[in-house]
Design a protein around this ligand. Structure first.
Ligand SMILES: [Zn+2]
Length: 330
């Protein structure tokens, strides 16, 4: 957890503490991978702290701070429950994970029970709130319609539009801004993260996604190498080793590559692969635009089924065979 507030959240930190009377429910909204969850945790901790510091940071020494978060009786985190992956292979399959109605029922019971214990503050943190399924959303709405006393609900999301409107209307929105490129870069340098520039451009400027992507560096290099061969790709080189992160991840990477190809085609600067600009630029000259647009649609379609773990290798080969076809043969 962070010791201080990330610089890009400083204003939000001050704003939220300057709030004379907090509403009973807040939505923390901001782009993915900028540290919203850590911010929310920090805020919950300081909100529950018995002697917060003058900059509103938690004291770290009161009993509340010591209990927080795992053994704090007045703090409840509601998040999707991770299922053990039953795939025998090591490959990751990305499954959509939801917050289920049972979890909200449990929350409701918790709120009823602990309300009798004391009159102190309580915090319920829901993250990511956009993973509430329909039934869970409706159940949560019921709680928010008659909120228990002294309880603050914090919903964290990068996709507020996915929350049902009736929940949104009961919460006050706090926008959390993204770090500037400089802020993100110096954050990564402080964390001693290598490749900070290429990782940041690859993740669209998100420092926490950049940290996650670091472990995929080798894979990204292999795939980049392959993609940069354009029409001359040797399909027999396409294999399992490109699927250790799951087809979803690989597809996402190819989509970013195609996005940059298209930018280059229109004489614009690369967005995701700044280090490969030269290579992409020369590839862009060989593009058949119709074929490329068709390919973009096909990738979108494939994305919808990419989390099903059937025939991933076959699908990947197919993707590369079609990729070859977006280039004019000279
Ligand atoms: Zn404290």
């Amino acid at each position: 957890m962070m010791d201080s507030i990330y610089p890009w959240f400083n204003d939000a930190w001050i704003a939220i503490h300057g709030n004379e009377k907090l509403p009973h429910a807040l939505i923390f909204r901001g782009k993915e991978g900028i540290g919203k969850y850590n911010f929310a945790i920090k805020f919950a901790k300081s909100y529950l702290c018995q002697k917060p510091l003058s900059n509103y940071l938690p004291c770290e020494s009161c009993s509340s701070c010591k209990w927080f978060p795992d053994s704090h009786p007045d703090f409840k985190l509601v998040a999707p429950i991770e299922n053990e992956d039953d795939e025998p292979s090591k490959r990751k399959t990305v499954r959509k994970k939801n917050i289920l109605i049972n979890q909200i029922r449990e929350l409701s019971e918790y709120l009823e029970l602990s309300a009798h214990q004391e009159k102190g503050r309580r915090v319920v943190l829901i993250e990511p709130a956009d993973s509430l399924n329909q039934a869970a959303s409706n159940a949560l709405l019921k709680i928010l319609e008659e909120p228990p006393e002294n309880t603050l609900f914090i919903l964290v999301t990068s996709q507020a539009q996915k929350l049902i409107a009736t929940i949104r209307s009961r919460c006050q929105l706090l926008d959390l801004r993204s770090p500037s490129l400089d802020e993100a870069r110096s954050f990564l340098v402080d964390q001693k993260i290598a490749y900070e520039d290429s990782l940041l451009s690859y993740t669209g400027g998100s420092p926490f996604n950049a940290i996650k992507e670091l472990e995929n560096q080798t894979e990204r290099e292999i795939i980049t190498q392959l993609l940069s061969q354009g029409h001359n790709i040797d399909i027999t080189k396409v294999n399992y080793s490109m699927l250790t992160q799951g087809l979803d991840w690989t597809l996402n990477m190819i989509q970013k590559w195609i996005f940059d190809l298209l930018l280059s085609f229109h004489a614009q600067q690369n967005y995701y692969f700044k280090n490969e600009e030269k290579r992409i630029h020369s590839l862009a000259k060989q593009i058949n635009l119709d074929a490329l647009l068709l390919y973009t649609n096909e990738l979108n379609e494939l994305k919808k089924i990419a989390s099903h773990p059937v025939n991933q290798e076959l699908q990947l080969q197919n993707i590369f065979i079609k990729y070859k076809q977006i280039f004019e043969t000279l």
